[in-house]
Design a binder for this molecule. Structure first.
Ligand SMILES: *Cc1c(COP(=O)(O)O)cnc(C)c1O
Length: 355
C-alpha cells in the first residue's frame, strides 16, 4: 500500500532526493567510496557545499552581505547561538509556542528579554496581534511557523530593529524578503533534508557587536570564515539538502512551492470546515499552510481513535496531533503532493459517511 507521510519532522522528502542520496552513499561520484566514508575536506565534497550554498542564495534571492552556513546542533542550538551573537543589552521575543518559548529561555542567559506578546492563554491557537516591540531592543525574534500548534506568520514583518526568525518548518515554502532579517535559521529535517544539519543565513555586518567574547564554536564568524568546515560538518545530511534544493529549483522554485502550499492547505482546511466530524484548532486567519491541526467536533470525540486507525489502515502516516494539542496534525511540507492531501480528504469523507 502507498504510504502518505504527514510526519511533522523528520518528515517527507521527495523520492528522488532519497534515491539520489542513497546512490551517493553507495558510491560517491564514481569514486568507489561511500559519501559516508569520505573526508569533508575531499576535493569532491567542497562542490557539494558550494552548490548547496549557491542554490540557497539563488532560490531565496539572498542579497549581498549575507552568509549561508551549515551547522550541527539543530535549531535548538541556534536558540543559544542567536543571543550569543546578537544580544547586547536587551532582546524581544514573540511567544507563539513551544519552540518560541525555548528560544526565549536561552536568551535570558544573556540579560533582559521582553516577551512582546504571547498566545499561551489559548494554548497558542492564534497569533498575538496589536503588539509593538520596544525600540531599544537589540533584535526581535519570531518563530515563523509554529510546527506544534499550526499557526504561521506567512509574511515578512516590518520592525524597526533587526529581525531574527526560526524558519525550521516553513523555509523554502514561499519567497522571503531576506533583506528584512538579520538572521534566519532552522533545523533542516522539516522541509529541507534528513535530520542532522542546521542552516543559518546571517547578515555579516551585524556580527561582532556584542562586546563579549563568544566561545569559538558558538561564534557565527568561525563558521563563516571556514565555509562551514571549521569542524566536521554533517556530510550526508548536507548532501541530501543539496538534492532537495536541486529538486525545488527544477520544480519552479519557492514561488511554485508557495502555490502548492496554498493549494494543499486550501483543500484540507475546506474539508475540515465542511466535514461534520472535524474542526480546526487555530484561528482562521493564522492557520499554517505547513502543519494543519484539527480535532474531532465535541459530539464525535469518541471517534478520535477510530479515525486514527481508519486513516492509518489507508496509508496515512504521522497524522496524530502533538500531545499538547491532541487530535490530528497533517504536516504538508513541500514534498507532499496535492494527491496525498486528496487521499487524506477521501479518508475523512469516507469516515464521515460511516458515522
Ligand atoms: C523542530 C523545530 C525545532 C527544533 O529543531 P531541532 O533541530 O530538533 O533542534 C525548532 N523550531 C521549530 C519551529 C521546529 O519546528
Amino acid at each position: 500500500m502507498k504510504k502518505y507521510n504527514f510526519n511533522a519532522g523528520p518528515s517527507i522528502l521527495p523520492r528522488e532526493v532519497i534515491e539520489n542520496t542513497a546512490k551517493q552513499i553507495l558510491d560517491f561520484n564514481g569514486s568507489g567510496l561511500s559519501l559516508m566514508e569520505i573526508s569533508h575536506r575531499a576535493k569532491d565534497f567542497q562542490p557539494v557545499v558550494d552548490e548547496a550554498v549557491a542554490l540557497i542564495k539563488e532560490l531565496l534571492q539572498i542579497p549581498e552581505g549575507y552568509a549561508v552556513i551549515f551547522l550541527g546542533g539543530g535549531a535548538s542550538l541556534q536558540f543559544h547561538m542567536v543571543p550569543n551573537n546578537f544580544f547586547v543589552k536587551k532582546a524581544a521575543y514573540l511567544n507563539t509556542g513551544t519552540w518560541a518559548k525555548k528560544a526565549l529561555k536561552e536568551a535570558k542567559f544573556f540579560g533582559e528579554v521582553v516577551e512582546v506578546a504571547s498566545s499561551a492563554d489559548k494554548n497558542y491557537s492564534y497569533l498575538p496581534k496589536g503588539w509593538s516591540v520596544p525600540e531599544d531592543c537589540d533584535y526581535f525574534h519570531i518563530t515563523s511557523n509554529n510546527t506544534i500548534y499550526g499557526t504561521e506568520i506567512r509574511k515578512d514583518l516590518d520592525v524597526k530593529m533587526p529581525l531574527i526568525a526560526d524558519m525550521s518548518s516553513d523555509i523554502f515554502s514561499r519567497p522571503i524578503d531576506v533583506a528584512k532579517y538579520a538572521c534566519i535559521y532552522g533545523g533542516a529535517q522539516k522541509n529541507l533534508a534528513m535530520a542532522g544539519v542546521t542552516f543559518v543565513i546571517v547578515k555579516e555586518d551585524m556580527l561582532g557587536k556584542t562586546g563579549r567574547e563568544i566561545p569559538t564554536m558558538l561564534d557565527y564568524r568561525t563558521h563563516i570564515e571556514k565555509g562551514s568546515m571549521f569542524n566536521t560538518p554533517p556530510v550526508v545530511p548536507i548532501y541530501s539538502a543539496l538534492e532537495t534544493l536541486r529538486w525545488i529549483k527544477k520544480n519552479g522554485g519557492v514561488e511554485a512551492m508557495d502555490k502548492l502550499a496554498h493549494e494543499r492547505a486550501d483543500l484540507l482546511y475546506a474539508e475540515i470546515d465542511r466535514n461534520k466530524l472535524f474542526k480546526g484548532t487555530v484561528a482562521e486567519e493564522d492557520r499554517s499552510l505547513m502543519n494543519i491541526c484539527f480535532i474531532m467536533n465535541d459530539e464525535y470525540k469518541d471517534l478520535e481513535k477510530p479515525f486514527f486507525e481508519f486513516a492509518t489502515e489507508r496509508g496515512m502516516v504521522g497524522i496524530k496531533g502533538h500531545r499538547s494539542v491532541g487530535g490530528f496534525r497533517a504536516s504538508c511540507y513541500n514534498a507532499m503532493s496535492v494527491d496525498g492531501v486528496k487521499e487524506l480528504i477521501a479518508c475523512m469523507k469516507e469516515f464521515e459517511d460511516k458515522h
